[in-house]
Design a protein around this ligand. Structure first.
Ligand code: ACO
Length: 376
């Protein structure tokens, strides 16, 4: 057999070219369509960033109004999906989200239409509906009435409204909006890669986004924020942090919210969210979680030189917790944010499609004689 070079985990392999986002892991910078993430986090909105990612340019005022209205009237989900959510409400919110997004295809009257424009609209329509799926699930499983979407609220404010049943504080809604912006797109991460693989077989947008949700669920990817808060709860008090970190690392464990395949320096999203987590903990008069996470970050400082730094999920858990969002939907919020990114990348893949089909080097035996079942 020919000698082959293995790239385990496809580390440092370039699959194709993209204009969606640039993750500069060496310098700790992130760009969406050429715009620095700091600028977008401070000035933009999730709806605007969705437009930017998908269309490749910032919208004009009227384009943004049009998109915002278009999405706001597509937030409702069919009653059959509400019944479905109710029937599986005991599952993890990511399992419910994955199942519900997959089922949305049953209510698409133009499934045969595979034009780019229709696929973009599907991605945006799923983006509009996904918060309703997550909030409906939380309300139903907690035994509460469902809160129908309010089309007069922004995407982020409406999500909090449907979750808690009251219009959110402006600062809280703005913070969730910023969090969604920061999670919206990120190069060829595992879930975007998965979505691209599915799209490359000429499957469909529902399948690609469903697959993206499935890949995002794991703790090595989107599930880390929930893990961060579990660790903070286990630590319980900042005086225990040193001991906790020592014990965990010496037993081969990993600190959730640290490390990244591409960033070998500070994740720019974590730097932004750290400030927000600090401000929010002061605003809510609850410094406990920020202090524990701060002490955890300090204990991990020696690992910076190995390239193990805080990633985006380190501070999001604290922010969600301070906003009284249930721990098990942290990863679902990441998924809600990433749908425009998946849509942009699926569209890009389809625009210049090639089947994604790498190879595996076979290292097993060959020509093993077949033994009849009675003689084994
Ligand atoms: N805690 C302790 N050590 C770590 C951590 C961590 N969080 N992350 C990496 N390392 C160490 C590994 O043990 C390994 O050490 P070794 O070379 O001595 O064996 C070295 O750093 C390299 O680790 P890899 O797993 O090879 O690096 P990779 O790039 O594959 O991993 C990953 C990236 C999966 C994110 C990893 O850092 C991790 O498991 N982090 C914790 C989970 C997490 O925060 N995930 C969210 C990622 S960001 C996102 O998806 C939004």
């Amino acid at each position: 057999m020919d000698e082959v070079r293995i790239h385990r985990g496809l580390k440092e392999v370039y699959l194709d070219r993209t204009k969606s986002s640039y993750v500069d892991g060496k310098n700790g910078k992130l760009y969406y369509r050429g715009f620095n993430i700091n600028e977008l986090a401070n000035n933009s909105s999730f709806e605007e960033v969705s437009y930017l990612l998908i269309h490749g340019k910032l919208p004009t005022k009227s384009e943004l109004i049009q998109l915002t209205e278009w999405m706001s009237v597509r937030r409702e989900i069919p009653s059959q999906i509400i019944d479905l959510i109710s029937s599986i409400k005991h599952l993890h919110p990511m399992d419910v989200l994955r199942t519900a997004i997959s089922t949305l295809s049953a209510y698409d009257k133009d499934l045969e239409d595979e034009s780019i424009q229709t696929n973009i609209e599907r991605g945006l329509s799923i983006t509009a509906k996904a918060p309703t799926i997550v909030a409906t699930h939380v309300r139903l499983r907690d035994g509460n009435d469902i809160i129908p979407p309010n089309k007069n609220l922004s995407h982020s404010a409406n999500f909090l409204y449907m979750l808690f049943g009251q219009e959110p504080d402006d600062l809280d809604a703005k913070l969730i909006d910023k969090d969604l912006i920061l999670h919206a797109e990120h190069g060829l991460n595992a879930s975007s890669f998965t979505a691209r693989v599915v799209a490359s077989t000429q499957s469909d947008m529902y399948s690609a986004i469903t697959a993206g949700v499935a890949a995002l669920k794991g703790p090595a990817h989107g599930g880390a924020a929930e893990g961060v808060m579990k660790q903070a709860q286990d630590i319980g008090d900042e005086s225990n942090t040193k001991e906790y970190v020592k014990d965990l690392l010496s037993s081969g464990g990993r600190i959730m919210g640290f490390g990244h395949r591409v960033y070998k320096t500070a994740d720019p999203r974590a730097l932004i969210l750290k400030k927000d987590a600090k401000n929010l903990s002061e605003r809510k008069g609850n410094p406990k979680w920020f202090s524990i996470l701060q002490s955890l970050a300090e204990c991990m400082e020696p690992y910076e030189k190995k390239g193990i730094c805080e990633n985006v999920d380190f501070w999001t858990g604290a922010i969600y917790n301070l906003l009284e969002i249930p721990d098990d939907i942290f990863v679902s919020i990441f998924a809600l944010a990433r749908i425009p990114g998946w849509t942009a990348q699926v569209t890009e893949q389809l625009d210049n499609n090639i089947l994604i089909r790498p190879l595996l080097e076979y290292v097993g035996e060959l020509d093993i004689p077949y033994i009849d079942i009675d003689e084994r």
